[in-house]
Each structure stands twice: as C-alpha cells, then as structure tokens.
Design a protein around this ligand. Structure first.
Ligand SMILES: Cc1cc2nc3c(=O)[nH]c(=O)nc-3n(C[C@H](O)[C@H](O)[C@H](O)COP(=O)(O)O)c2cc1C
Length: 215
C-alpha cells in the first residue's frame, strides 16, 4: 500500500471566527449537531473523541471515548475511575481531546482540566444505558490484566443472576468527568491545504481571546 498516494481533496468552505461566535462551547455544540445530522451512517460515531492524558512524569497515553454532553461546566465523558486514564487524571488532571469529522473536513481540539462529575450525573447516565452495558461496566476492572475472557463473562453472568432483573448498582469507581476547557481550536480543511484554524484561548479574567493560526 502506497500511503503517500492517499490524498483527499477538501471542499473549499471557509471558516471565519464570526461564524463560530464568541462562545466556543456553543460553537462546538453547533458543529456536533451538524456532524450528527450529516453523519454518513449509523456505523459512524460523531461523538467519538481522542482523549490524551499524561501522568506527572510526562508519560502520555491516548484513546477514544464518547462525548456525552456539552454544558457550561464543559465537556462530559464517562469511564472507569481506576482505569489507566483515571489514574493519570488523578495524578495530573490536565487532558486534551480531538474530534474528527472526515466527511466535513473538520477537526476540533480542546485542552483543559478535568474534574469528576457529581454522582447524580453518573447515576442518571449509568442507568440510562442498556442493562448489558451496565453489567459489563460493573464487572470490568478496566485496564487491569485479565487471565482470560471467560473469567469476565462468568463475572457478568454471576452479577446478572444476583441482580435478577433489578437495578444494577452504580460501581463506586465508574462515572463522569467534566473537561473544563481553556483552549479550543476549530479546524476547517480547505483546497490546496490552505486550511483555516480558529483558536479560542481563555484569558485570566475568563474571557475568550480569539485568533487565527497559520495552517
Ligand atoms: C469509538 C470508541 C468509543 C469509546 N468510548 C469509551 C468511553 O466513552 N469510555 C471509556 O471508558 N472507554 C471508551 N472506549 C474504550 C477506550 O478507548 C479504552 O480502550 C478504555 O477506556 C481503556 O483506556 P485506558 O486503559 O487508557 O484507561 C471507546 C473506544 C472506542 C473505539
């Protein structure tokens, strides 16, 4: 496979800061809405975002998680607090995410500080998930070593029998994080690779400074 020959042409739709407005969270919500409405199919997850975390020694890891909310508090995602990412976030709460919508030639990058959500938010989301997902999240010691898959399946079966159709308790180590952003970048692919990049960086007084970056 000749990877150097892979070459996508971008539609030439421009991006002006005025189009995005003064509130980057609202701009992100608008891009998420468009990405969801114009999704190429149910197989595509427009809310999938790469989440980068690092421990205090500077070891960086990245993985996909699902964006589950955009509110004034920030960007919401859910995970296991004892997973690798959870341990890194306990050590160093700074994180970065990137979203990519290839069919629109768009990327959004966000940096900020994470904070665990209230338990009520985790409870509500956990119990909105299919029961199978609740059982799996409950028995999975995410990111820890497993001797075999059957061990996990057996634990799920045992828990299913124990709850016997009743509610699955929210595990103590499972829940949401807010990513409270201090920097956003909205990227729009354009022809001849002369792309648009619009950055929002938070000032000490909490206002957003808006600037254009070279592609
Ligand atoms: C599209 C996609 C969405 C995912 N969403 C989540 C999620 O919302 N939360 C989560 O904990 N893991 C999610 N995962 C699994 C993570 O990528 C990762 O395997 C897991 O969280 C363990 O990561 P860690 O060992 O770095 O903590 C998702 C994976 C994919 C491919």
């Amino acid at each position: 496979m000749d990877f150097q020959a892979i070459r996508k042409e971008y539609e030439d739709r421009g991006l002006e800061p005025e189009q995005l407005g003064s509130d980057p969270l609202a701009a992100l919500a608008a891009w998420m809405d468009e990405a969801t409405e114009q999704s190429p199919g149910r197989w595509f997850e427009p809310n999938a975002m790469s989440l980068a975390t690092a421990d205090r020694s500077g070891n960086v890891t990245v993985r996909l998680v699902l964006l589950k909310g955009i509110q004034s508090e920030g960007i919401l995602f859910f995970t296991n607090y004892d997973s690798l990412k959870g341990k890194q976030l306990a050590d160093n709460p700074r994180a970065a995410v990137a979203l990519h919508w290839p069919y629109q030639g768009r990327q959004v990058r966000i940096e900020g500080v994470t904070e665990k959500t209230d338990r009520s938010i985790s409870e509500a989301y956990f119990h909105s998930r299919p029961v199978g997902s609740q059982l799996s999240a409950s028995v999975s010691h995410q990111s820890s070593r497993l001797a075999s898959r059957s061990e996990l399946e057996q634990e799920k079966q045992t828990l299913a029998e124990r709850v016997d159709g009743g509610p699955v308790p929210l595990p103590d180590n499972w829940g949401g994080y807010w990513l409270r952003p201090d920097r956003f970048e909205f990227w729009q692919g354009r022809s001849d690779r002369l792309h648009d990049r619009v950055v929002y960086a938070i000032d000490p007084d909490g206002t957003w400074e808006i600037m254009r970056l070279a592609p």
